[in-house]
Design a protein around this ligand. Sequence first.
Ligand SMILES: [Zn+2]
Length: 332
Amino acid sequence: MNIDQLREQFPDENACRKFFETVIWQNGRRCPHCDCRVSYLLSGRSSRPGLYECGWCKRQFTVTTKTPMHSTKLPLWKWLLCMYLMVNSSKGVSSVFMGKWLGVAQRTAWKMGHAIRRLMEPGPEGQPPLNGIVELDEKYFGGKPRYEHGVKHKRGKGTEKQGVFVAAERQGQVRSALIDSDQTAELRPLVERFVDRQAHLMTDQNWAYQQIGKDYAAHSWVNHSEKEFVRGEVHNNTAESFNSLLERAKQGVFHFMSPTHLPRYLYEIGFRWAHRVPKEIVTKHRRRKTVMVALPVMDMLRSLLTHAVGKQLRRTLGGGVRVPIAVLSSVN
Ligand SMILES: [Zn+2]
């Protein structure tokens, strides 16, 4: 679906609001203040379109109340367009470009981006444990250490960089979480939370995985330190390709991902990752090959808005956004 087709489907604010209402209230309209099911549309001349009054607590609300778009002054069309651009891009969109495309200030675009990332957070339906072949990997984030004469800085793990742990089901879902180290004590609870005991783990040679792997149906590993990366079916290329998406998003788009906001960038990349399906294609050498393709845009937009209520962003005094995120957050 291109932007023209999007505009055709949502020609005005009314059409956008109808779409938001249909998805956000797909199980019936509920008052976001008290959860009551009885409410009335306020149709007086002084009330704005889409304003409802609760039959129980008498408070007023619209479809965006208590969502990350709470008390927005922007047209819903701009929100929809922002969502469209985010779910369609492969690496994400910087707030500078988003601002230009939407005709809003960079600061506004930055806040919209984080509000939408909040929508990309996994919903209350939970995250079923990964099964089958599950690849585990870690990635370390952070700027290059400042140059100092005669000092050779360590790279990757063991440095001050922020670690991210990734568990990826082959041709399936991915889960990730922030970590401080790659020690068994830190990794074990994450593996137990994300991965079914019946799974076949594939990792590198990290000692922690040797320990954890004993509790799983099978565990294979490649020895990266001896330049072994693939041995038949044994590799962790899926987890690494998630990591490289993260790296490219950082290098090319977001430049600086602070540990505070990093979990939400993980949600964004995880959201696009999860909204793909395997598709069999025939290559130009007439070989059959399975590739992952993105779901239709409308499906992604619906999925974004499904659990919007209750994900309100809090503004900080400095005009930033604060989201209640646990240190260990995960994506699906
Ligand atoms: Zn109410």
